[in-house]
Design a protein around this ligand. Structure first.
Ligand SMILES: Nc1ncnc2c1ncn2[C@@H]1O[C@H](COP(=O)(O)OP(=O)(O)OP(=O)(O)O)[C@@H](O)[C@H]1O
Ligand SMILES: [Mg+2]
Length: 270
């Protein structure tokens, strides 16, 4: 865990990343930097390239050109499991939990990467394997407590409210002791009360755990309230990059959002 104790020094550099699918340029020379223990939001209308960007950072897509560097490593040369091994954790736009397993078992899946016990020793439940399992359970429960899930460890994930399921996903991502957390629309489908609670949680992840967060989110109230910096994408291009106040007053951003008539308009929330 020693490498992870330097998580606060982590920094992500996205440099001129281009991704093409047949006929579509999903990302077109996009660059930005995520600072130390910062919340960096990526916003933009539907199809702007936000999820594609996440898929490049987590290694699911390989860009046609450009690079993504994290603590000096070029992520675009690594396979997804190696990127996860560097401490880059993500949640998905759609919930991906084991619905019939308890919250605790879902979190233990997150601990798996940190487990040293071999498969055979674990299956035989040798004393060292049992000790290691106990240690991970203690930490998983601690993280559940941090997310306000302490009283729900034994409940099947599928029986929780939508907001709590989103929390379990974030808890599971935190269980890998990440050095960078990617959240894809954590407040999607939430009511105003749940969204406000999610905002406080993301802020706590930055302030208390010192983990930088790359956040894709449509809810402008949430983004402008918690982000340190915002990158705006439109048709795969970087339209603007700055503080929330700079972004809100940027004429190009206002044009792009006023030009689309979905619910993504800055300031409107969704
Ligand atoms: N695997 C793929 N194959 C082909 N085209 C894709 C693929 N993934 C994304 N695209 C296209 O790339 C563009 C960007 O999509 P992306 O999903 O990154 O947008 P987004 O900003 O996440 O949108 P949303 O807000 O709807 O989630 C879109 O035109 C999309 O159709
Ligand atoms: Mg998306």
């Amino acid at each position: 865990m020693s490498a992870r104790s330097t998580a606060a020094a982590a920094e992500l550099v996205v440099d001129a990343v281009t991704v093409r699918f047949a006929g579509v340029t999903a990302l077109d020379g996009v660059s930005f930097t995520v600072g130390t223990a910062a919340i960096h939001a990526v916003i933009g209308p539907n199809g702007a390239g936000k999820s594609t960007l996440f898929n490049v950072v987590s290694g699911a897509y390989r860009p046609a050109s450009g690079s993504v560097r994290f603590r000096g490593a070029d992520l675009t040369r690594l396979r997804p499991h190696r990127i996860a091994g560097l401490g880059v954790a993500r949640t998905f736009q759609n919930i991906a939990l084991l619905a019939s397993e308890s919250v605790e078992e879902n979190l233990m899946i997150g601990r798996h990467r940190l487990t040293r016990t071999g498969f055979v020793a674990a299956a035989l439940r040798t004393p060292p394997a049992r000790r290691e399992d106990r240690r991970h359970r203690v930490r998983a429960r601690e993280i559940a407590g941090f997310l306000g899930l302490g009283g729900k460890l034994d409940i099947a994930a599928g029986e929780l409210s939508y907001g709590d399921q989103k929390r379990v996903e974030i808890a599971r991502a935190l269980c890998v002791e990440p050095a960078l957390l990617l959240l894809d629309e954590p407040a999607a489908g939430m009511n105003a009360h749940e969204t406000a609670a999610m905002g406080r949680l993301i802020r706590d992840i930055r302030d208390d755990l010192q983990i930088p967060v790359l956040l894709v989110e449509h809810d402008m109230g949430l983004v402008m309230g918690i982000a340190d910096r915002v990158t705006v994408l439109d048709f795969g291009r970087r339209l603007a990059d700055g503080t929330p106040a700079e972004i809100q007053h940027d004429p190009a951003v206002q044009d792009a959002y006023l030009g689309t008539d979905d619910s993504d308009s800055p300031g409107e929330g969704s």
